[in-house]
Design a binder for this molecule. Structure first.
Ligand code: SF4
Ligand code: SF4
Length: 351
């Protein structure tokens, strides 16, 4: 089967598609019946998308990552050293946490643990009583410099949301590179030994599934059962819950869709499976997304497409909630990735 594989970043290969404007133009140029997202919203009784109650502050600490998966919507990789959150911006984010009082701070990247401010932000949130999510690629926990990271995460009651595309080695390695599955299992064993994934709500371990090709995820509940059975039986590891994400047609997954001849069929599938019931739970409605340079976006996907939030000063140092609550969320064709089938957000299916 034709599947995504490990690669190098678009930036390192200096390909034209590294430019987000070109990614948006490529999607816009497709012949997609029913493919105007705003029209679909109107037909479902919505005049655009508006924020609901604010809940999550998602901080993207940078594009630096120790891996280079082919489906990556961030174009993250080991060469993205410059695109990393500075201490000054991290300070502005910590001040914003006090000002905005999110329920949850969601740390993502790249590999957020590689940012030198990661532990300070986690400790700050813990002191302030704010729940933290670490979006973790698992292999980063095995790096020698991170030998004490798992106890740190447990001490600060951080939820680990860990990517494991598939419970069997072949499919995971196809997306993340040879040996990625075995490294993930070793990291899961270490997390289990520290109390993660054993039913303790203060050490919650969530796994993230995404499909290994140009199709939508299967039922999240069915996938969770399969992962639990296979990982326990074959590897003796456990986790608390699983979320299933749809691959977004941007960045490196967009490149793979295009070069494998899957782009138009995939987009047609996303459009044809548009599900209005997903709209209520879209993450752009309860989440503020902050980039490594402090700019504010409606979600991590808009962030990667350089679509800053439609507010006067879209920077975390200037943001206040009344302004955010009143603004219109920016959408484009990639949004069909969030609204197809059971829906997809950073918290998994939305229906
Ligand atoms: S681990 Fe995550 S951030 Fe890193 S390259 Fe893979 S998908 Fe991208
Ligand atoms: S990509 Fe998804 S989360 Fe982002 S603005 Fe579009 S619908 Fe909302």
């Amino acid at each position: 089967m034709n599947r995504p594989r490990r690669t190098q970043t678009l930036a390192k290969r200096r390909v034209a598609l590294a430019d987000p404007a070109l990614q948006l133009a490529m999607l816009d140029a497709l012949d997609l019946p029913g493919g105007d997202f705003e029209d679909q919203l109107r037909h479902s009784g919505h005049e655009g998308l508006r924020p609901g109650p604010f809940r999550v502050l998602q901080l993207n600490l940078g594009k630096l990552c120790n891996m280079a998966c082919l489906h990556c919507h961030v174009d993250a990789g080991p060469d993205r050293i410059a695109q990393n959150m500075s201490t000054e911006t991290a300070e502005a984010c910590m001040q914003a946490i006090e000002r905005l009082q999110p329920q949850t701070v969601d740390l993502t990247g790249g590999a957020p643990e590689l940012n030198p401010n990661f532990r300070r932000i986690v400790a700050h949130c813990h002191r302030s009583g704010v729940q933290v999510i670490d979006r973790c690629n698992l292999s980063v926990l095995l790096l020698a410099k991170n030998a004490d990271l798992i106890p740190f995460l447990a001490e600060h009651q951080v939820e680990v949301v860990a990517s494991l595309p598939h419970p069997r080695p072949r499919n995971t390695d196809a997306q993340r590179g040879d040996g990625a599955f075995n490294r993930s299992i070793e990291a899961l064993r270490r997390l289990n030994a520290a109390g993660y994934g054993t039913g303790d709500p203060s050490c919650r371990l969530t796994l993230v599934h995404n499909p290994a090709g140009a199709f939508l995820p299967a039922s999240q509940a069915a996938l969770e059962q399969d992962y639990k059975r296979v990982l326990d039986r074959d590897h003796g590891v456990s986790f608390d819950r699983l979320i299933a994400l749809t691959n977004m047609p941007i960045s490196r997954f967009l490149e793979w869709l295009d070069t494998s001849g899957n782009l138009e069929p995939y987009m047609r599938r996303l459009v044809s499976e548009f599900n209005p019931a997903t709209l209520e739970g879209l993450m752009c409605r309860d989440t503020i997304s902050v980039g490594w340079d402090g700019r504010v976006y409606d979600c991590d996907f808009n962030q990667m497409l350089n679509m800053t939030s439609a507010i006067a000063r879209p920077h975390i140092a200037d943001l206040d909630l009344p302004v955010w609550s009143a603004h219109a969320i920016r959408t484009a064709r990639h949004c069909f990735g969030c609204t197809a089938g059971a829906g997809s957000s950073c918290a998994g299916a939305t229906t």
